[in-house]
Design a protein around this ligand. Structure first.
Ligand SMILES: [Zn+2]
Length: 235
């Protein structure tokens, strides 16, 4: 079966006004990244980290998906069994664009996670302070459901399993500093790269097509290539 995997990162949501630390020299809002995005930081100051994710959750409540999100959701709707949508983003803009079955590799801002039983649940854009216990096991140990540096990302196994089935890999808006995307591209027959700028962490000679431009302007070109792929089996 021909399989397309669309893997996105911060560049997908940047034009919707969602900022991440990579756009700002290791700072995320007013914080050092390791203070708010690492297991060590969480142990040092749990409340600071929980408050930080409360603010980020509130920040995304009024953000809207852009043309690139809609391009992905449209293709997923047209070819539901042949496209897998994965993202490193913790926002909900793909879902807001109507995309089904989005796999979030680094968790979701809108969710809390129980540290006792592992239950994950949606709280939309509300504060963790409104939730005193886990709906499943009633424990009081709740946290944000975003993967931090220093802890495993359970969905990576799913990513590697998908890659083995992928014929066309589409990378949108990721610098390759967290995930080795050019290595991924070497596993697949065809691949497309769309980033705003060249990244030192990506060997772009491996990709079949590269688009160095905004995700929204590349969207129609990527859509055309994927549609042709489904018609002809090649790009
Ligand atoms: Zn629980």
């Amino acid at each position: 079966m021909n399989k397309v995997l669309i893997l996105s990162g911060a560049g997908l949501s940047a034009e919707s006004g969602i900022r991440t630390f990579r756009s700002n020299n290791g700072m995320w809002e007013e914080h050092n990244v390791m203070e708010v995005c690492s297991v060590q930081g969480f142990i040092q100051d749990r409340q600071l980290v929980l408050d930080f994710y409360d603010k980020r959750r509130k920040d995304i409540s009024d953000k809207l998906p852009n043309d690139s999100h809609f391009m992905i959701s449209g293709l997923k709707e047209k070819y539901p069994g042949n496209i897998t949508v994965m993202t490193q983003n913790v926002d909900d803009l793909l879902e807001k664009s109507g995309c089904k079955e989005v796999i979030h590799l680094h968790g979701k801002l809108r969710e809390l996670k129980c540290e006792v039983c592992g239950n994950e649940f949606d709280i939309e854009y509300r504060s963790i302070k409104e939730f005193s216990e886990c709906p499943e096991c009633k424990s009081h140990s709740l946290r944000h459901n975003v993967v931090m540096f220093g802890e495993p990302a359970p969905m990576y196994q799913r990513l590697y399993n998908e890659l083995m089935k992928t014929d066309l890999l589409v990378i949108i808006g990721t610098s390759g500093e967290v995930l080795p995307v050019s290595q991924f591209a070497s596993y697949t027959r065809y691949s497309i790269l769309n980033n705003l700028d060249k990244s030192f962490a990506i060997d772009d000679s491996i990709f079949t097509y590269t688009f160095y431009e905004r995700a929204t302007t590349a969207a129609s070109k990527i859509k055309k290539i994927i549609s042709e792929y489904f018609e002809t089996g090649k790009i």
